[in-house]
Ligand binder design. Structure first.
Ligand code: KG4
Ligand code: ZN
Length: 340
């Protein structure tokens, strides 16, 4: 089955063509990062306008890269939520229009389920059940994944998402936006043990990163300005380790408590080199198998949406044309398609 995936939940306009839910024929991502950089974060209204400009060329490129035409598409999978409502509506409207014009089915996909769906496109796919940490700019959730559409939430952030903490830290250190990738790079030159930042909520599978953020702010305030440039890698490495430490420990603990020996991570922060390294190391000690999509599939893309959507489309499911976008949509047991 040839499925067109469309993703526009935040600041990436993306389209992809996926064959049989596991083979990527094309994967196009148009990032708005350069536009939002000057504001230090995503401006929702500006994001929606840019999605409108980019969506058709991005879809045309995805079809071109796959060497097919619109007539070859058998179904459409589109992100329905959670995300910025104006941005979501652009992708959803285009998906409905194509589905209507071509008389093909379309399904609305949960973005978080999409991040987990990136695993189905990887070289080694984890068998069910597995424990998944979805860690991005908007989410830090641990699930027990029992099937393509069955998720049990084991832990979640009580405040900021891990990616948000990376982005805010980079802002405080004047490293630019988005922060995760910059901190990842700079931290390679730093000593992660240079400064001890707090690890919150040790006993729970829930996360909290706001105390860590305050701790970094207080640390920066007590330094004699300006911060010595050669000390910044040490701050970045220590801050990164405080996040990576809790992500790794809780993911491994969730697997142990569920007696599941398979863990997976996905979402933008799963592109972090230190997180990938530490999780592999820790899991190896515990005899747990680790599954991580390549970085390009960890950050927002439409191939992951097509992978999940194919599962629904194959069951003959098709959403109605009055389907609406939803800014909040929790993944729940037994159903990833209903709004909560
Ligand atoms: O999944 P994603 O592309 O979008 C959301 O659904 O939020 O994740 C974006 C987040 C941003 O906060 C970004 O700073 C973070 O992922 N990120 C990283 C890295 N690459 C992206 N964080 C840490 N290390 C990275 N290498
Ligand atoms: Zn995402």
């Amino acid at each position: 089955m040839v499925v067109l995936g469309i993703e526009s939940s935040c600041d990436e306009t993306a389209a992809a063509v996926v064959l049989n839910g596991d083979t990527i024929l094309s994967n196009v991502v148009a990032s708005q990062v350069d536009i939002h950089r000057r504001y230090g974060g995503v401006v929702p209204e500006i994001a929606s306008r840019h999605h409108i400009e980019a969506i058709i060329p991005v879809i045309e490129q995805a079809l071109g890269d796959a060497g097919i035409s619109l007539g070859d598409i058998e179904g459409i999978a589109v992100t329905r939520g959670p995300g910025l409502i104006g941005s979501l509506l652009v992708g959803l409207s285009v998906a409905k229009s194509i589905a209507f014009a071509r008389r093909i089915p379309f399904v609305g996909v949960n973005h978080i389920a999409g991040h987990i769906g990136a695993l189905y496109l990887s070289d080694t796919v984890p068998p069910f059940p597995f424990v998944a940490l979805v860690v991005s700019g908007g989410h830090t959730n641990i699930y027990r994944v029992e099937a393509h559409d069955r998720f049990i939430l084991l832990g979640q952030t009580r405040d900021d998402a891990a990616g948000e903490a990376f982005d805010k830290a980079a802002k405080m250190l004047d490293l630019g936006y988005p922060g995760g990738i910059v901190i990842d790079r700079i931290a390679r030159q730093g000593d992660p043990t240079a400064i001890h930042f707090p690890r919150a909520m040790k006993m729970s599978l829930d996360f909290s990163f706001s105390g860590l953020k305050t701790s970094l702010l207080n640390y920066i305030k007590q330094l004699e300005p300006p911060i010595q440039p050669d000390f910044i890698p040490h701050i970045a490495a220590s801050f990164q380790d405080a996040i990576v430490d809790v992500l790794v420990e809780k993911t491994v603990r969730a697997a142990e408590e569920s007696t599941i020996s398979r863990v997976a991570i996905s979402g933008g922060v799963a592109a972090n080199s230190r997180l990938r390294h530490c999780l592999l190391e820790r899991a190896r000690q515990k005899g747990i198998d680790v599954f991580i999509p390549p970085p390009i599939l960890c950050t927002d893309n439409a191939a992951m949406i097509a992978a999940v959507g194919t599962y629904f489309l194959r069951q003959g499911r098709s959403d109605p044309f009055d389907l609406n976008a939803v800014s909040r949509w929790a993944l729940s047991a037994g159903n990833s398609r209903e709004t909560k």
